[in-house]
Design a protein around this ligand. Structure first.
Ligand SMILES: CC(C)(COP(=O)(O)OP(=O)(O)OC[C@H]1O[C@@H](n2cnc3c(N)ncnc32)[C@H](O)[C@@H]1OP(=O)(O)O)[C@@H](O)C(=O)NCCC(=O)NCCS
Length: 204
């Protein structure tokens, strides 16, 4: 057994792991807040368009949740309250992610699970919540009998790129667009992770 070094500084206790569950229509407002604030600025003139962007995100997400497709999952991470966390009414939604089963034409590649809209509320960042959500997507993929996970990330999103690298994804393609050629937008990177095939494969 490894003995703790009595001279080393005391270790900060690890943040408790969030609870991950499927999102429901009841979560819609809070999930929309997390997504909008994570992907869009509201500084200066942007505050005027922010409510319209929020409304668009709300309506899109509502449609996806209402459709209840067996090939789609929206997950939400619920923060576990700690002794010094601010008390909230109900659960504290800390983050979200969506996973969908994609079946491209045979010449376009294999069936895979596509991960999108991964976002963690500012207050809960760097506590391993995104990693936990990605692991939950892997479990969803395994339940669907799929070993390939794909996602896109913008080349200049260094935080997300570091996260995906840590989660075991690697870049397989760099995608240019007219806006990136003109230097107006970063390029998109396609990243992939292959899971170990589970012993029992269940088709969705
Ligand atoms: C990217 C994002 C989802 C990360 O969420 P998170 O819960 O803070 O991430 P985690 O705590 O699970 O981080 C795991 C690892 O990812 C990397 N990472 C995460 N955020 C990072 C940052 N800001 N800078 C550098 N590395 C970062 C680190 O390696 C980290 O491990 P460490 O904390 O032990 O160093 C969050 O910052 C976010 O919501 N960003 C805005 C939306 C977005 O860009 N989504 C991704 C779209 S492709």
């Amino acid at each position: 057994m490894v003995q703790a070094d009595p001279n080393s500084p005391p270790q900060a206790p690890a943040a408790p792991q969030p609870h991950v569950r499927p999102a429901s229509l009841r979560d819609l407002d809070r999930l929309t807040d997390v997504l909008t604030a994570s992907f869009y600025d509201r500084d200066g003139w942007r505050q005027w368009v922010y409510p319209f962007i929020r409304l668009g995100i709300y309506e899109d997400l509502k449609q996806r949740l209402k459709a209840q497709s067996p090939r789609y999952a929206c997950l939400t991470a619920i923060a576990i309250p700690t002794a010094d966390s601010t008390p909230t009414n109900g659960e504290a939604i800390a983050g979200t992610v969506e996973a969908s089963l994609r079946q491209p034409w045979p010449w376009q590649g294999d069936r895979h699970v596509y991960i999108s809209n991964l976002a963690v509320d500012q207050t809960f960042r760097r506590q391993g919540i995104a990693l936990t959500l990605l692991r939950s997507c892997e479990q969803v993929a395994q339940r669907w009998g799929i070993c390939e996970l794909h996602l896109h990330v913008m080349e200049d999103n260094l935080a997300a790129r570091a996260l995906y690298r840590k989660a075991g994804f690697s870049v397989v393609q760099t995608e240019d667009s007219p806006a990136s050629w003109l230097g107006l937008q970063a390029r998109r990177l396609l990243m992939r992770k292959t899971l170990q095939p589970p012993t029992h494969l269940t088709k969705p």
